[in-house]
Write a protein of this length. Structure first.
Ligand code: 7TS
Length: 406
């Protein structure tokens, strides 16, 4: 049953607080989403009832904590439709997932002269790990150009391939513009030349159905905190045979099969990549977040967010001097914009005075800002709990801010 917007909003306690005397209007969901009560309760339950270290104790608390922790892995497996539960590796988030691949698969497979392809709209976390690797290995980082609308130019992508192409790592949905990239086509083309593909799913996992088997990507990375879950927990999906061939990332407890002073053998998947005590409470609460999303349904989430995007685009374009950055045909509910003569940060502060939270700046996508020759944008990003009234408040707040600043 589809819940009403009021029911959904009632599930998020923070939406009922005031900021600077005004009801909170939270439009910074691409940075992090708010948490439903089910997630907060799961965290409280864990620390109140089952707190123990996982995988090593034989006492009841350790068994319960381990069962709850591992149950999240099964829920993630369903959420992304991976073939095997051991293909789901828990990390701190998208950033750590990408670094894991760069430091393990990358170090093992990238040789001098090899080539890695990314796009011009990547988040820094899908740029810097590859720059570090390329510098270390004397490899080459190539970049797929984009159009003024913020869409990947596929014909230019085709031209970047060479026999040295080993990896293509692209964002599924741009955090700064909302563009949905044609990742299926990118994956097929990359596989045709024998390259592996990593998909940065930090922004896509909330809005689109994720089916890693259908996508046929080699790696997929996402973060719980953008999925109504806690910070500090995320996922790296990798195809089993690839993960098995990779050396470990961190060494320590949990990731060994046998440790002697002359030699250590490593644990099977997924534990080979999960050294040390994991983020147990947040992992357990992540399950509640995914179940919450499933209870609303991705189709309903997308439909509601699309309505907000359409309405907001129409309203914002009525503001004099406002230009939307990122006008791809295929978009999710992110609107980045600049306004003639006003600095994004000044607008952000004035909106905050009215309780309206947007993000301003380069959004960790500085090369993209360079492409548009701007220092940054204002960005409103919507979630299923946002309303048309909140967009009206944003528009009104922007108009007042412009009057004050111009
Ligand atoms: N990739 C994309 C596309 C992102 O949007 C982000 C975070 C990351 C990677 C990194 O994720 P993390 O969970 O490891 O930090 N994006 C944003 C943003 O747009 N505003 O704040 C964080």
């Amino acid at each position: 049953m589809i819940q009403s917007i009021d029911d959904i909003r009632a599930d998020f306690p923070i939406l009922h607080r005031k900021v600077k005397g005004h009801p909170l209007v939270y439009l910074d969901n691409a940075a992090t989403t708010q948490k439903p009560k089910a997630v907060i309760d799961a965290l409280t339950y864990y620390y109140t009832n089952t707190n123990a270290n996982v995988h090593r104790g034989i006492h009841s608390l350790a068994e319960e904590a381990t069962a709850d922790f591992e149950a999240t892995r099964d829920t993630v497996k369903e959420f992304i439709n991976s073939a095997h539960r051991e293909e789901v590796i828990f990390t701190r988030g998208t950033t750590e997932s990408i670094n894991l691949v760069a430091y393990t698969w990358g170090r093992q497979n990238i040789k001098e002269g090899d080539e890695i392809i990314i796009s011009a709209m990547e988040h820094h976390s899908n740029i810097v790990p590859w720059q570090i690797l390329c510098e270390e290995k004397n490899a080459l980082l190539k970049v797929i150009p984009i159009t003024e609308h913020g869409e990947i130019i596929m014909e230019e992508f085709d031209k970047l391939f060479s026999p040295k192409t080993k990896l293509v790592s692209v964002v599924h949905v741009s955090n700064a513009m909302g563009t949905i990239n044609p990742v299926e086509e990118i994956i097929n083309k990359s596989h045709a030349v024998g390259a592996k593909v990593l998909i940065d799913g930090a922004q896509s996992s909330m809005h689109l159905d994720i089916n890693v088997q259908k996508l046929n990507c080699d790696f997929f990375a996402c973060s719980a905190h953008k999925l109504f879950g806690p910070t500090g927990i995320g996922v790296l999906y990798g195809k089993k045979e690839i993960l098995e061939s990779m050396p470990p990332f961190h060494g320590g407890g949990e990731m060994i099969k046998d440790c002697t002073l002359p030699k250590t053998t490593y644990a099977d998947l997924p534990y080979k990549f999960e050294a040390g005590t994991p983020n147990i409470g947040d992992t357990i609460a992540f399950k509640a977040a995914l179940e919450y999303i499933q209870s609303i349904g991705k189709a309903h989430i997308r439909k509601h967010e699309d309505e907000l995007l359409r309405y907001a685009t129409e309203k914002l374009l009525q503001i004099n001097g406002l230009k939307i950055i990122g006008t791809a045909r295929n978009k999710i509910s992110v609107i980045s914009f600049v306004i003639n003569g006003v600095h994004p940060q000044d607008v952000g502060i004035l909106l905050d005075n009215k309780g309206i939270a947007i993000r301003t700046g380069h959004h960790c996508a500085q090369p993209l800002m360079d492409f548009y020759e701007i220092p940054g944008t204002m960005r409103a990003s919507f979630a299923v709990y946002n309303t048309i009234e909140e967009i009206d408040k944003l528009t009104e707040g922007l108009q007042k801010a412009i009057k004050l600043l111009l």
